[in-house]
Structure formats: C-alpha cells, structure tokens
Design a protein. Sequence first.
Length: 392
Amino acid sequence: MPVQFSFSHDIAHHRLNRRLLQQRSADLLHLLKLEAAEVSVVFMGDVEMAAYNEQYRKKKGATNVLSFPAGEGDDGFPPQATELGDILVSVDTARREAARAGHSLHHRLIELIIHGMLHLIGYDHERSEDEAVRMWDYEKELFQQIQTTRSVAMPFLAINVDHVATIRQARGGVEPDPVLAASLCELAGADGIVVHLREDRRHIQDRDVRLLRQTVKTKLNLEMANAAEIVDIALEIVPDMITLVPEKRKELTTEGGLDVLANAKKLTKTIEKMRKAGIPVSLFVDADVAQVQAALDVGATFVELHTGPYCEARTMEDQEQQFRLIEQTAELAYETGLRVNAGHGLDYRNAHPIAGLPFIEELSIGHAVVSRAVLVGIENAVREMLAIVRAV
Ligand code: PXP
C-alpha cells in the first residue's frame, strides 16, 4: 500500500473515517504522479506530537503536522528510491483549527496531509516568500482537485412519491397511483421509496402504504409524525425504516427539523418500540450539533439532515454557509456513530454538491422529481436525477 496509515491509541475518540483519508491520500499521490511512492502517515494526539516537536525541532508544545523526508535510516542504509518519508499529524490540533476555520475535521486533516506531502517532495514555506506563496497556491489547487472526486461510495437516491398522491387526491379518484409510480422509479434505478403518511391523509393513504410494503423491492422508508395512530400502523406494516418528522396541520410541507431535545422522552419510547420490531429509525433534524447529539442519545440509527435552508438560500454567501453547516454536521453525526441521510428541497440544480459530501448515505428527493415527471415522464425524471447524484 503506497500510503501506510497508523493511528495512536489516544485519538480513538475522534472517530476518523480511515477509508476517506486513505482514498484522498491515494488520490493525492496520483495527482503528484507519485503512485509508486511509499509514505507513512501517523495520526496522533497533542501530547505525542509535542514530544516529537521538542525532540526534532526543539520547540515546545504540539504543532499540526511534521514531515520527515526519507533520509539515511537508523540502520545506516540509504532509503529505497520509492520511500518518500513520514508525515505526523496531530488530530487534536487539526480539530481545533477546523473549528476555528468553520471546516470539518476531515477537511483540515486532508489539508495537513497535502501540506506534509509537499514538504516531503521539497516544497518549503520558510526559505522565501515566493516559495511560500507557490506552496500555498499548490496546496489549494490540490485540495480542490481531490475534493471534486468523491471517493467514498456514492449516495443512494430515494424517491418520495407523495406528490403523485397529491395529484390523485386533487380529484379524489384513483389516478395517478403512487404505488405504480414507485415501481417505475425502481425500474429507473431509484434505491428506495419514501412516503409520508400524514395524520390528515392529505396525499398518501393507508392503502398506499400497505400496497407499497408488498411491492417495493428496494427499501421502503415511511416518513411519519411521532403520533400514536401512525406509530401503530408502522409497527403493523414494518417498513424497512421510518423517518420521524414534525407535522403541523397548516404547513404546505415539513417546515423544520424535529426538536429532539424537547421531545426526547416521547422519541425514546417510540424508537424503543421500533427497535423491538426491527425497524431502524431516522430523525429529521436541522443541521444543528445539539439536535444531532440528542438524536444519538435517544437511540436513533440515522439522522436526516434538513437541506431546506441550503436549497432556499437566496445569495451565494448564504448558500455556502448553509452548505458548510450541513458538511460539518454530517461529519459530526457520522463521527458520533449515526448514519446520515439528507433531504428536503433538493432539485436538479442544487443536489450535486450535497451528493458529493462523503458522510451522506442517502438523499431523499420528491417534489423536484415528480414535477419533472409531469413533463418528461417519471422514469426519465428519476434517471436524470440519478445522473446528477452519481456524477460525484
Ligand atoms: N425529507 C423529508 C423529511 C421530507 O419531509 C420531505 C418532504 O416530504 C423530503 C425529504 C423531500 O422533500 P422534497 O419533496 O422537497 O424533495
């Protein structure tokens, strides 16, 4: 393996995504045309890093990254031509720097690996300002190139067919049938089907959920309020998972994430019932660290991060800020042990960056796909969305 990773015991609590780091480092070597090179990257805490900093640089305290180009080894033999050297990274320092810059921990770790790698191949930022600028620019360029290739598995696409039922209910008849629509979505390649059985039954009906349970071949995700009547239906039908959402009678669509903190007791009870029935529970939450932590505490398996504020942002700055918030919260949720989905308001223009976030497992998209289906047919609409989501 060209990049050899090791992890000190004292950083176990950081929950690093080793696969992501490994893949990004391999991508980096590829970009630097150093596929044959061998590099060792050691992730450690501040205490260990401070000891190395003192021993080799005579400096007190920890630093973020140290590089040791391959030189003559302890055994007196010259290094192999392919050996580049060692990079030491302090995860504690990286986490603090990430928080200050508003980035995720893994974002910062990848920056530090790039920095360390450039040192190994001779770049330097202390000899002159020109060299420092050259190194800094190259670091930024490499980071951009690495981030554009999503190297963790692509996200799944679940299609919400509620609005097929909305059209049916407009006339109170039997057409169009969301059950048939769901099958067509699956035929077009969708990875799952989502329906929201609302207490007011404004679109999806009990009959739809019962039939979908029998016909969906991929994964049926029942979106629902934490209401006794709907909980009973879920326990009887046993979907592949449920997503708990807040529900208000007058809203046009789900307006915000669940307040898990305020409803912890009721949610814990429902999640426990679902656990006994073998139904994993996802909680639809805003990109908010406290809500994510609360979701973990009440026993959820997944969180679905609310992408509405990102989709509705009216300025580039706001959209960028909302995107960063989702990126950071997704990573934090993943690090705490939750599985992460995302959805609400995603469409053919804004879904791609969210699909590229490495910690997000599944996107739930409804309105945009059903709207497009009216014009191009539902199979085409699903395929077009799949092409966007999978082009990451
Ligand atoms: N996720 C949740 C929790 C939702 O409530 C909805 C809307 O039903 C969606 C995803 C899909 O949102 P949209 O229809 O805007 O794609």
